[in-house]
Ligand binder design. Structure first.
Ligand SMILES: Cc1cc2nc3c(=O)[nH]c(=O)nc-3n(C[C@H](O)[C@H](O)[C@H](O)COP(=O)(O)OP(=O)(O)OC[C@H]3O[C@@H](n4cnc5c(N)ncnc54)[C@H](O)[C@@H]3O)c2cc1C
Length: 394
């Protein structure tokens, strides 16, 4: 891996920067957080613009309609997006960041041809139906049942915490196809068309006021057998492929955004009055901000390594779990530091203020250490798979 930028990388950066400078201001105003039709329209409009300009699926192989960019170009693209304040994947995140890549790695030729072009063009929005009320960390305990009936599976059960289910066209669905097998061996991964009769989506509201999650209920939902990804009862292995993408690269933009937040915090610290001067006069605060910047920089380099590895093997490795764990912890520390720097300013969460961004970021940090496998689960994975420690008792 060569971490320096070549002349052609810099040319690519200039090209992306110039395109973003025109494209970002041409977007309509960002819709309100609860106007879901408008949010879907806004995010998919941006995706279409990327697609028309040849930037959709920047890191997807060219044979599947992506740009086939090198790992370095991929990172430059993300850096420039963040720099330009461009929207990130939004409602398209499952499709672009892990359902599409899972289909590339595991799907049949028909599944790839059917879904990949539409994910890239913003015509298909996906969600992830993995978690259940009794199966989050212990995902293999899932109970949603699929019974084969001719050339269909008939699905009954319930999913929860399904982000963007209410605006999705398709879902990644994990179901139990063999209840008599050991729990990891009786699971299958299905492509779920969200308009199939028998699906009921019930939106949830979180403590932070957001409304992107839903519960999804299934009553005799008939899914064609051709929607099986991988083999029947081999869904756990396919789900691990999905997770490797979800943990491996899906948080990269988050990281870039956090780097920006550290800069904005340093600026705020110089302005907020405290003890007759400003917060910046406190050497402890300056040291903490420096540490934070260094930790995020370290994670940026780990990201480069993970992305390079993914390019070589087609699937990100265990580095994704290392990143996810370390990033969640840094993000918590950054949120706590922001609260200390803001002091009473943190009481204002009025939209549009810098303080509000930090307060929302602090609340958001709590969800990062839960989403895509909790911090404790990442520790279990790393101790078992990297350090070779004994497995958890069943
Ligand atoms: C922002 C966000 C988006 C999400 N989006 C989706 C989505 O789109 N689709 C989807 O399917 N799910 C989604 N989820 C759900 C997420 O995958 C689960 O919340 C997560 O896996 C944890 O499961 P749980 O909530 O049931 O917690 P539990 O599994 O009940 O865990 C509770 C606590 O116990 C700890 N714990 C559990 N087991 C162990 C163990 N073996 N060792 C040590 N500690 C343990 C956990 O770390 C946690 O602290 C999302 C969650 C969040 C926060």
């Amino acid at each position: 891996m060569d971490l320096r930028y070549s002349r052609s990388d810099e040319r690519f950066r200039a090209e992306v920067r110039a395109w973003l400078a025109d494209a970002v201001p041409s977007l309509p105003p960002k819709p309100g957080p609860h106007d879901w039709d408008a949010r879907r329209r806004y995010d998919t409009t941006w995706q279409k613009m990327l697609h028309e300009a040849g930037y959709a699926g920047i890191n997807w192989p060219a044979e599947f309609g992506g740009r086939g960019a090198s790992p370095t170009e991929h990172l430059i693209f993300l850096e420039e997006n963040e720099r330009a304040g461009a929207p990130y994947v939004g409602v398209n995140f499952v499709g672009l960041l892990h359902a599409g890549p899972t289909l590339i790695a595991e799907g049949t030729a028909e599944q790839k041809a059917r879904h990949l072009p539409k994910i890239l063009s913003g015509d298909e929005v996906w969600c992830q139906g993995f978690s259940e009320p009794g199966a989050g960390s212990d995902l293999a305990a899932l109970q949603t049942r699929a019974v084969r009936d001719g050339d269909h599976y008939v699905v009954n059960g319930q999913k929860i915490w399904t982000s963007f289910a209410h605006v999705a066209d398709f879902g990644e669905l994990l179901v139990r196809t063999d209840p008599s097998a050991p729990k990891h061996k009786g699971i299958s991964w299905l492509i779920l068309p969200m308009d199939t009769p028998g699906i009921e989506v019930r939106p949830l509201r979180t403590i932070a006021g957001s409304s992107e999650f839903s519960e999804v209920f299934f009553t005799d939902v008939r899914i064609p057998v051709e929607n099986l990804v991988g083999k029947e009862n081999d869904g756990w292995r396919v789900a691990m492929v999905t997770f490797s993408f979800e943990r491996g690269t899906a948080f990269v933009s988050e990281l870039l955004h956090s780097m920006k937040l550290v800069e904005s915090l340093a600026e705020l610290a110089r302005k907020i009055p405290r003890n007759g001067g400003t917060v910046w006069d406190d050497a402890g605060v300056r040291r903490e901000l420096g540490h934070m910047a260094a930790e995020l920089d370290g994670l940026w380099h780990l990201t480069k390594r993970t992305i390079t590895e993914a390019e070589r093997t087609g699937v990100p490795g265990i580095g994704g779990s290392v990143f996810k764990l370390a990033y969640s912890e840094v993000r918590h520390k950054l949120g706590d530091l922001a609260m200390r720097i803001l002091g009473t300013d943190a009481l204002s969460t009025e939209d549009g203020t810098t303080a509000a961004d930090h307060v929302r970021g602090w609340i958001h940090a709590m969800s990062i250490s839960i989403a895509a496998g909790t911090t404790q689960i990442q520790r279990n994975i790393l101790s078992e798979r990297v350090l070779g420690m004994p497995k958890e008792p069943k």
